[in-house]
Design a protein around this ligand. Structure first.
Ligand SMILES: Cc1ncc(C[n+]2csc(CCOP(=O)(O)OP(=O)(O)O)c2C)c(N)n1
Ligand SMILES: [Mg+2]
Length: 347
């Protein structure tokens, strides 16, 4: 099907769900989640400075509405997989922040036993398949998950997040081709924050309307979404998940977002101005949802302060608890290297 035809068809199919209004209690829940993600990230930045965190650490501040709005629209049985900027997705999936801090601090109690760190959060029971450090490497894994769902005739969808930089990797294109060919139930989301490290999108990509690349190239139709608006994300994801569950195949979303912090904790940010960051902060996703909730008369300044205090206390307690946890035993260096196909490894 040609792109225009495909684009028009998908627009019609996606329309009904996009009109669904979330309840005010759902929106309050998302607000709390976004405040939690931000407080978690700010504590991470502090812990990094205090040298509690080993390895790289990429913060999600500014992008909170993407993970929260999208994960809210799918079921716990659906699969979620992302890149190394994974803290927000893990929290939105309901992972316990104590296990996340413990992972960051290299502790035995961490979700990956303290051996993965910031880029390798993982929770099999919650169908959260990581946390992947190599740019673009997890996109074929998402295609594999989608293939498994279709092969086993399961009623699941796959949410796959990646950055705009990852779309220039060969793995992205191979994964898209197979997902398009086999019509797999996958929602591919580019968290388009405009930069791959310090390189602006239009300096790295020949075509900057990213949905044209999957639509024309691989028969996977796409839509743009405002990733700074949690409600818009939720609505679009409800529609996209419905599209996948009905067997129409994969879908691509160009999610416009922005990261407020540097690429990682060691980024002097010479490639952008403070004014540019401030411009985006005017449309802050948390501030936006806060306003929507105030307009609905379910939130006021007093309640905002109360939520903020509660969540900050929760974050501090989780960080302190992780701090007091033990490091893994030395023997742990030998475990989790190979799958235990023949039983546990014997040294
Ligand atoms: C294959 C590979 N090449 C390079 C890197 C180094 N690297 C880490 S993040 C990154 C930029 C990716 O940007 P983007 O995909 O836009 O994600 P964002 O950081 O904006 O979330 C690069 C080049 C890597 N981790 N893996
Ligand atoms: Mg990027």
């Amino acid at each position: 099907m040609a792109l225009n035809e495909n684009g028009a068809a998908v627009t019609t199919l996606l329309e009904p769900q996009q009109k669904i209004d979330p309840s005010s209690s759902q929106m309050m829940d998302w607000y709390r989640q976004m405040v939690l993600i931000r407080a978690f990230e700010l504590r991470c930045a502090q812990s990094y400075q205090q040298q509690k965190v080993g390895g790289f650490c990429h913060l999600y501040v500014g992008q909170e509405a993407v993970a929260v709005g999208s994960i809210a629209a799918v079921r716990p049985s659906d699969y979620v997989i992302t890149a190394y900027r994974d803290h927000g997705h893990a929290i939105a999936r309901g992972m316990d922040i104590h296990l996340l801090f413990a992972e960051l601090y290299g502790k035995k109690t961490g979700c990956s036993h303290g051996k993965g760190g910031s880029m390798h959060f993982f929770d099999r029971e919650k169908n959260f398949f990581g946390g992947h450090a190599i740019v673009g490497a997890h996109i074929p894994l998402a295609t594999g998950l989608g293939w498994a769902v279709k092969y086993r005739k399961e009623d699941r969808v796959v949410l796959c997040y990646f950055g705009d930089g990852a779309m220039n990797q060969g793995s992205f294109h191979e994964a898209m081709n197979l997902a398009g060919l086999f019509k797999l139930p996958i929602i591919f989301m580019v968290e388009n924050n405009g930069y791959g490290m310090g390189t602006q999108l239009d300096r790295a990509s020949a075509v900057t309307d990213l949905k044209l690349r999957t639509g024309d190239g691989y028969g996977i139709p796409g839509k743009d979404v405002d990733g700074m608006d949690c409600v818009a994300m939720y609505r679009m994801l409800l529609a996209a998940a419905d599209y996948c569950r009905k067997g129409h195949g994969a879908i691509f979303l160009d999610v416009k977002t922005y990261r407020y912090r540097g690429h990682s904790t060691s980024d002097p940010q010479k490639y952008r101005t403070k004014e540019e960051v401030a411009r985006y902060q005017e449309h802050d996703p948390i501030g936006r949802l806060e306003k929507q909730l105030k307009d609905l008369h379910v939130l006021d300044d007093q309640k905002v302060a109360q939520i903020s205090n509660e969540i900050h206390a929760q974050v501090e307690a989780a960080s302190d608890k992780a701090d007091a946890d033990p490091y893994p035993d030395n023997q742990e260096v030998w475990s989790d290297i190979y799958a235990n196909a023949y039983g546990p490894y014997q040294a």
